[in-house]
Structures are given as structure tokens and as C-alpha cells.
Design a protein around this ligand. Structure first.
Ligand code: ADP
Ligand code: MG
Length: 466
């Protein structure tokens, strides 16, 4: 693939990074970034806030650099800079910080808590079909009459089907009505809680999560398996619900299927309304693509849109990714997006493909053993040198995060280990990926492998077989 401007290169890089970092981090730190310039071996990325710059600099620099080098085929360095206000107008800008009553006006926004609302994720931009009608109607109702009949509103469904979009849409309406609201992901809630425990600031933490009109929690499933966090979430939920705050949560599973959810929490999740978002039909996919093309000012013929809609069935984010790629390719090649061009571009191996295989526990174990050059017996066995222990911890983490395995499933897959060992391994990897670049690299490579099953097995470089 041939590339032109920094903008095009960065768009492709983002597509790649999306499969390598977890969703919350991608949305919070990368999504709104832009390719600013590329020359003399230096690639400059524009970011919207000093927090994003610091976070990317500390945590993702090497991965971003490596990905950029892979895409450009050049050795280069990467720099993160703050975009100027003028720049911001032409790019996707995070909406104003969400706010809480208890945050003093003078305090700087905290990145972990002040998650941003994507300006594109509005009710207007949400295409309604049979697959999501109920979730849409309930979300609108929750935003218009917070604390009413659907409290809490529990939205669940697979990846890339519009859960976050709906939560942000509620947030936009809430902000327009001056409601006190907080949007947070399950991961952010967890990280903050753990940090508050560590810093002995749990009362500050508690007060931040009180006095709200709207509490939006994305990917609440993240708190599963984290007992103290779940307990803290339970209290937050109760206090807010008692105070008639509208609570909306999203999850990858319905409450009854969340094996590690405490019974008392499960029953509260079921107090209000549970709405499922399902994969869209071809008609809805087409309508979504039309809307996306229109908002990008692209005049793309219906048969090209249909080509995309037919290829990608189960994930609207992938649908959007393929449209973006097609447009970027057409821009770079200065070619009109004809059916022939699209067919050729879609056959390019760099284009995102619908994942033919879902992420199953056996695939995860296979990827980890291949990556660390281990036998399955060694992975599940009792040998405890540093390398094998790390591989085992990563397997435990990925089985829970990517394979949605419960503790007892992980236990039976990996040699009947104690639950506390599995919980410990999860916690260790979850915190290690932010602070340990090597661990981050391993987990990213494995996540990439799982998302791209047709690629040859990723292998850890530069070491002897275990
Ligand atoms: P989830 O949170 O369920 O994983 P997202 O809300 O992030 O999924 O949606 C993925 C992408 O697809 C987003 O860019 C979103 O705007 C878009 N999208 C999802 N559902 C719809 C829809 N019904 N209409 C328009 N765009 C949608
Ligand atoms: Mg989401």
C-alpha cells in the first residue's frame, strides 16, 4: 500500500493500534489523535490534552513507534504534541469534560474519570433497526426522564454494536440539560478505586461518585472478578439509585449470564430494564454506512456500500473501519471509489477482514503456547521459572478478558489452580501492561494475533525455547 500524508498514515496506524490496545485505552487516549506531520524520520502525532500526551508518551510510545515503522517501512521517531485550538476545529474533538457536583471548579480534569463524550455519538447519528430499537428507545427515555421507569437501564451485546454510542448519546442530552453526570468505563472505575485504596483516599473516591443525576457506566463487565471493586460499585450503585439518579450500564453479557456477578448486584441490575443490542441486518448495515459516508462528505455509490455491508456482518466498528480505509486509499491513490476500486482494495491484505474465527479459549491457549514456545502441558503444569509463570499469567488474563472465561473455567483449563492465584494473575497483568513495556508488548502481540487469526502465529523474539 502506498501512503501520502501524515494524516493518511496515522489513520491506518490507528486502525492497527485499535486491535492492539484495549478498548478503553484506545477510546480515551488514541481515538481523537491526529497525524500532524512526517518528515526527516520524525512522525508527529497531535493530541487533545496534556494528559493524553503524557499517557501516550509513557505507556504507548514504543508500540506506536513500532506500528508506524511497520506501516511506513521506515525507521522513525515519534513525538506527541498538543494540538492547537485551530487544529481542533477540523478534527474530532472530545466534548466538554463530564462533571460532578463534588469536583471543585478549579481542579484540573482527571483523565481517569473525566472520560470524554465523542461528539459523533449522538441519538441523531444512531441508525435504528430491529436489532437495537428497544435499546435506543430506552436510552432516549433514560436521557429524557432520568430516574424514571427504566432505572437502571442495562444495555448488553457484542463488540462494536453501539453500546458506547448510546451511552454517549445519553450523556450529550444530559449535558444539554445541565444534568450532573458522569460517564466512566468499568476499567476506569476499577483503576480509580484501586488507586484510591492504595493512596488511602477512598472517601474522596466515594464522594466523587455521589450527587449525580446520571451515572453512565460502560463495559461494567470489567469489574467482574474484582471483588473489592464490585463491592464498591455496589455501594455506589445503591446510593445513587436511592437518590433517584438514573443509572445506565453497558455490558458484553446480560446480568443472568455474568457468572462472577454477586447475586445482590445481579438482582439490582435486573430492577429496571435490560435491552439487547444485536448484530444489524443487511438493511441496517447499509443505512449505517450511508449515514457514515454522508457525514464524511463522501459520495459513495450504493453498490460499493453494499459490498462493504455484505462483507462485514457482526461488528459496526469494523464496518466503519473498512469505510475509513477505503476512503483513505482512494485519497492516497487519487482514485474515485468505483466498484472495481473497492473490490481491489478489499482484496488488499491490509484491509480489515471480518474475523472468521471468534476468540475461544483453545485459540487463546494455542496463541500463548506458540508465542512463548511452550507445550500445553508446560503452560498448565507446575514448573515455575519466571518465563513460564509470566506466560501462565498472561494466559489467565487473556482467558478472562478476551475469552470471557469465568474463574472456574480458567481453573479447569490451566491445571486446577486456586481462584486466588488466577485473580492475582489477572491483577498483575492488568496493572503490568501499563507499567511494564515488555509485558505490554507480549499482551499486545497476542491480542493482535487473536484479532487476526489468519496471520502466522506471533512469536516472542530473541529468546531460547522454554
Ligand atoms: P460497542 O460499545 O457496542 O462496542 P460502539 O458504540 O463503540 O460499540 O460502536 C462502534 C462504532 O459503530 C461506533 O463508531 C458507532 O458510532 C458505530 N455504530 C454502532 N451502532 C450504530 C448505529 N446503530 N448507527 C450508527 N452508528 C453505529
Ligand atoms: Mg463500547
Amino acid at each position: 500500500m502506498k501512503f501520502g500524508s501524515a494524516k493518511d498514515i496515522w489513520e491506518t496506524t490507528l486502525g492497527e493500534l485499535q486491535t492492539q490496545v484495549n478498548r478503553a485505552n484506545y477510546d480515551t487516549w488514541l481515538k481523537a489523535s491526529t497525524g500532524q506531520s512526517y518528515s526527516a524520520g520524525l512522525f508527529v502525532v497531535g493530541v487533545a490534552s496534556p494528559f493524553a500526551r503524557e499517557w501516550l508518551e509513557k505507556r504507548l510510545r514504543s508500540l506506536v513507534r513500532k506500528t508506524l515503522m511497520g506501516i511506513t517501512g521506515q525507521d522513525l521517531d515519534v513525538e506527541f504534541v498538543l494540538r492547537s485550538a485551530g487544529d481542533l476545529e477540523t478534527h474530532e474533538v472530545p466534548a466538554g469534560e463530564t462533571k460532578t457536583r463534588s469536583t471543585p471548579a478549579s481542579s484540573p480534569p482527571q483523565p481517569a474519570r473525566s472520560s470524554r463524550l465523542n461528539p459523533r455519538y449522538t441519538f441523531d447519528n444512531f441508525v435504528v433497526g430491529d436489532c437495537n430499537r428497544m435499546a435506543y428507545a430506552a436510552a432516549l427515555e433514560a436521557a429524557e426522564n432520568p430516574g424514571g421507569v427504566n432505572n437502571p437501564l442495562f444495555i448488553y451485546g457484542g463488540v462494536g454494536l453501539g453500546k458506547t454510542h448510546l451511552l454517549h448519546a445519553i450523556g450529550h442530552l444530559g449535558l444539554a440539560r445541565n444534568l450532573q453526570l458522569l460517564y466512566v468505563s468499568g476499567e476506569q472505575f476499577t483503576n480509580e478505586f484501586v488507586a484510591a485504596l492504595h493512596d488511602k483516599k477512598t472517601s474522596d473516591f466515594r464522594s466523587k461518585y455521589r450527587n449525580l443525576d446520571l451515572f453512565l457506566v460502560d463495559d461494567v463487565n470489567f469489574i467482574l472478578g474484582k471483588e473489592q471493586t464490585q463491592e464498591s460499585f455496589f455501594h455506589t450503585f445503591n446510593d445513587l439509585h436511592n437518590a433517584c439518579c438514573q443509572i445506565v450500564v453497558s455490558s458484553n453479557q446480560p446480568p443472568q449470564a455474568m457468572a462472577q456477578l454477586r447475586e445482590k448486584m445481579r438482582s439490582r441490575f435486573q430492577w429496571g430494564l435490560t435491552a439487547h443490542v444485536e448484530p444489524p441486518t443487511l438493511d441496517t448495515r447499509l443505512a449505517i454506512l450511508e449515514g457514515m459516508a454522508e457525514r464524511r462528505g463522501a459520495d459513495i455509490s450504493p453498490d460499493v456500500l453494499e459490498l462493504l455491508a455484505k462483507r462485514i456482518e457482526r461488528n459496526i466498528r469494523e464496518l466503519e473501519g473498512s469505510l475509513n480505509q477505503l476512503m483513505a486509499l482512494a485519497r492516497v491513490n487519487r482514485a474515485p471509489i468505483t466498484r472495481e476500486f473497492a473490490l481491489e482494495a478489499l482484496d488488499d491484505s491490509d484491509m480489515p477482514r471480518p474475523a472468521p474465527l471468534s476468540i475461544t479459549p483453545p485459540r487463546i491457549l494455542e496463541a500463548v503456547t506458540a508465542y512463548f514456545n511452550l507445550t500445553p502441558q508446560a503452560l498448565a503444569g507446575r514448573q515455575r521459572n519466571r518465563e513460564i509463570t509470566m506466560a501462565r499469567h498472561i494466559a489467565m488474563y487473556l482467558l478472562q478478558e478476551e475469552g470471557n472465561c469465568s474463574l472456574s473455567e480458567v481453573r479447569s483449563l490451566l491445571g486446577g489452580r486456586d481462584r486466588s492465584t488466577i485473580t492475582y494473575a489477572h491483577r498483575k497483568v492488568a496493572s503490568g501492561i501499563s507499567s511494564d513495556p515488555a509485558l505490554h508488548e507480549h499482551v499486545s502481540a497476542l491480542r493482535h494475533q487473536l484479532a487476526n487469526p489468519s496471520e502466522p502465529h506471533a512469536r516472542r523474539l530473541g529468546r531460547q525455547p522454554l
